[in-house]
Design a protein around this ligand. Structure first.
Ligand code: HEM
Length: 424
């Protein structure tokens, strides 16, 4: 126990998924920023980790990838048992090897394969396709009887459709993709269907290995198809991509498909639901944005700050280093708390107020540095288009029950948003 040690009850909250579904998360972060902005959490069953809660520190660590690499230790918080499982399957602390788990020189080589595709000018070329999906979403919304759960009825499906459309997964496989990504990332959740029967660590490891294998089999079939029948989609790009003059190795290829299939829907749906929550609850906001659609991008940016769908990513220290006056040792593990950075009073006046007039809005929900979210332009574009399609058709919207939030220290957000609405 040192000065840096975080009080045990607070540290325990940070590893407890249920905390992330409550206001308690923000109270914990507020206390840490004020009293121990770079502290160590020591919780049984987990290796100790630094908890990084200030905006400036999150940016410093994210922008110095050589000093704070991603590949060496788990990139998401994992218990010691979870890490042992991953090691028994892949020989590394990671279950998959995607961009997120890579450092240089591999990371940039792999990122460059799709980076140009995700740039604004190219993503804009998909605007027509995305608008067609947004119109479908707005049509089904308009057909509802004046009340709905906006998450279940709109926010969950639309971003999934957008991502599957750009990746090139056929509609009949959307359900399978959703299930596989949930199994991969929610394996520790006692409700995850496939894992209910696991009695021992060995059985659990076997089941997890089956999920990874299912993913691999699915994407290997897509790869074979796109090599024979190239199309205008990301699967074709990945199937035919080369690294160092050879096709992508299967483990890395699966990792690439997996990150694109999984990173873009739960995240974007959380922010989409957050924007609707604000329209339904903030006095006058709906009328202002409806009257002036040029405010939609500001609404979306603030919804992204407010919801911060990716709650944490982990880094480690490549060497002993000083940060905020503290000595971080080589190989120490560090948790970047994006949702805390996005409520940092030093950067956001009235940080706990939803305010679309923040200019600039320095939210860091997409991270920063070499791993800065590749899908950020796509996420903003698809959210803007959805609200451009929804707002002109709506006359008013209000809450119709208690919103509920999902429980995860990785990607979390609104799980249910009951609303009442009137069409124009
Ligand atoms: C509001 C929506 C989104 C949020 C909040 C978000 C958040 C993030 C964050 C925080 C990272 C950084 C990881 C790190 O530093 O280790 C990241 C990386 C990434 N995101 Fe997103 N994301 C969103 C939407 C999307 C979409 C729509 C896609 C594409 C389909 C996408 C694809 C990726 C990829 C491929 C990476 C890895 C980049 C790399 O490691 O070089 N994301 N995202």
């Amino acid at each position: 126990m040192t000065d840096a040690t975080i009080p045990h009850d607070l540290a325990a909250k940070l590893v407890h998924p249920a905390t992330y579904a409550t206001e308690d998360l923000f109270n914990t972060y507020r206390w840490l920023r004020a009293n121990n902005p770079l502290g160590i959490a020591e919780v049984e069953g987990y290796d100790p980790f630094w908890v990084v809660t200030k905006h400036a520190d999150i940016l410093e660590i994210s922008r110095n990838n050589a000093r704070f690499p991603s590949a060496v230790r788990g990139t998401t918080l994992t218990s010691q048992a979870g890490e042992a499982r991953a090691r028994s399957i892949t020989g590394t602390p990671h279950l998959v090897r995607s961009l997120v788990q890579m450092d240089e020189p591999d990371h940039m080589k792999y990122r460059l394969l799709t980076q140009a595709w995700f740039m604004p000018a190219n993503v804009k070329k998909r605007e027509e396709d995305i608008r067609a999906l947004a119109k479908q979403a707005a049509d089904s919304f308009a057909a509802l009887p004046g009340q709905c759960d906006f998450v279940k009825d709109v926010a969950l499906h639309y971003p999934l459709r957008v991502v599957m459309n750009i990746l090139g997964v056929p509609e009949e496989d959307f359900g399978r993709m959703l299930r596989l990504t949930q199994e991969l990332f929610g394996a520790s959740d006692p409700d995850t269907e496939r894992f209910k029967a696991a009695l021992s660590d060995e059985q659990f490891a076997q089941l997890l290995s089956d999920v990874v294998q299912d993913f691999t089999n699915y994407f290997e079939a897509i790869t074979a198809d796109r090599r024979a029948n190239p199309r205008d989609d990301l699967a074709t790009l990945l199937a035919n991509a080369e690294i160092n003059g050879a096709p992508l190795p299967p483990f890395e290829r699966t990792g690439y498909y997996t990150i694109i299939a999984s990173a873009g829907h739960d995240t974007t749906s959380s922010s989409t639901a957050g924007a609707m929550w604000a329209l339904a609850t903030q006095p006058g906001l709906f009328d202002r944005v409806k009257a002036d659609p040029s405010l939609i991008p500001a609404l979306i940016e603030e919804a992204i700050r407010w919801t911060t769908p990716v709650k944490t990513f982990m880094r480690s220290a490549a060497e002993e280093t000083k940060l905020r006056g503290r000595r971080v040792k080589q190989n120490d593990w560090m948790m970047l708390c994006y949702a805390s950075g996005n409520r940092d009073e030093d950067v956001f006046p009235n940080a706990d107020t939803f305010d679309i007039t923040r200019t600039p809005n320095r939210q860091l929900a997409f991270g920063s540095g070499a791993h800065l979210c590749l899908g950020q332009h796509l996420a903003r574009l698809e959210m803007r288009i959805l609200f451009e399609e929804l707002l002109p058709r709506l006359k008013g919207v209000s809450l119709d029950g208690e919103p509920r939030y999902s429980e995860s220290f990785f990607v979390s957000g609104l799980k249910a948003l009951p609303i009442k609405f009137e069409m124009a």
